[in-house]
Design a protein around this ligand. Structure first.
Ligand code: SF4
Length: 330
């Protein structure tokens, strides 16, 4: 099953040095109440389990540090990464907003961290609480190297910004030679798109795919249409969160039981789509969805959210298909 990748996301800190207004992590918890760093004993349980899973699951395994922003841990981040490397035999990668990245940080990270994903704001409508996109792109251009790749993390677009999608992609590609990793705003701050916003999304996305699919990997709306957005990566990726509350109740003594639970959890994380539209042209790629499309948000019911998923799916898939097969007969 080496075509399946299990990625474990260890939440190493709840603290963050940015204040993005759309942040789902703090929207769910309230920023004042979340200031914990991972305790050493829980970290050791998690890394022991990742090693056990890599040796016994028959799948490819990667792991990452997330938060909050892991870089707020300072020197402790490198200590944790070194301990994990020694136990698991591979380096973690790190998700960050990029604020702490400089030459000193890069030099400390290289022996124990494999690469970074740095979030990037839309250059046309940056969030006031995030790092300015010009600064993020400056950091990536300055410090990216083969032995410490700095890759683009998520660029979240509000529904009202779908009309700027093509321009956002063009600007980032011209600066960095890669396309942004575009995500809709989801989780708690989610809002339903209007028909006009979905029309903007179709028009812009079709142009992006047509103009860039031969130039750079596409990672556009992967929570909606992984079958199209993984054109350059044929592997099925499952993500399991290892949180500060040890929600799985993992211990050093229940690794075998946990291996079964985590394997089943993949399907909890990607539940089956229950849809009776047997004539839908996108049905084959619409068997399972990421769990968040079945969750209500404060103002949107679960049924409405799923109906929106269907609208998004048809829009995104049509844009990809029409761009990749412009001469196809309907
Ligand atoms: S895209 Fe919508 S109609 Fe088509 S299979 Fe998925 S949920 Fe059903």
């Amino acid at each position: 099953m080496k075509n399946i990748v299990n990625t474990f996301s260890i939440l190493v800190t709840e603290r963050c040095n940015l204040a993005c207004t759309y942040c789902h992590f703090f929207a769910a918890r309230g920023k004042k109440d979340v200031r914990r760093d991972i305790p050493d004993d829980l970290f050791d349980v998690y890394t022991s389990f990742i090693k056990y899973f890599a040796e016994n699951s028959g799948t490819e395994v990667t792991y990452r540090f997330s938060g909050g922003d892991p870089t707020v841990l300072g020197d402790r981040l490198f200590d944790l990464a070194g301990r994990a490397l020694k136990k698991i035999g591979t380096k973690p990668y790190v998700l960050t907003g990029g604020k702490c990245i400089d030459q000193t940080w890069i030099d400390r990270a290289k022996p124990v961290i494999s690469h970074l994903f740095i979030s990037l704001e839309s250059p046309l409508s940056p969030d006031r609480g995030a790092l300015k996109p010009e600064e993020t792109m400056r950091i990536i251009k300055k410090y990216n190297s083969p032995d410490m790749p700095l890759l683009l993390g998520a660029t979240v677009l509000r529904n009202s910004d779908f009309k700027n999608l093509y321009e956002v992609c063009r600007i980032v590609y011209e600066e960095l030679g890669q396309l942004p990793n575009i995500q809709e705003i989801n989780y708690l701050p989610y809002e339903s798109p209007t028909d006009e916003e979905l029309n903007d999304l179709y028009d812009n996305l079709r142009r992006v795919v047509a103009d860039f699919h031969n130039k750079a990997p596409l990672n556009l709306f992967s929570y909606i249409s992984p079958e199209f957005t993984s054109l350059h990566n044929k592997k099925q990726v499952f993500l399991s969160d290892m949180d500060m509350d040890n929600s799985f109740k993992m211990t050093m003594d229940n690794m075998d039981e946990m291996l079964k639970i985590i394997t089943d959890y993949q399907w909890v994380n990607y539940p089956a789509v229950k849809c009776d539209k047997t004539d839908c042209e996108w049905r084959e790629g619409c068997q399972r969805i990421k769990w968040l499309w079945k969750q209500p948000s404060p103002t949107i019911s679960a049924d409405k959210k799923f109906a929106d998923y269907c609208r998004f799916k048809k829009t995104v898939n049509a844009a990809f298909y029409d761009a990749l097969y412009p001469n196809a007969v309907a």
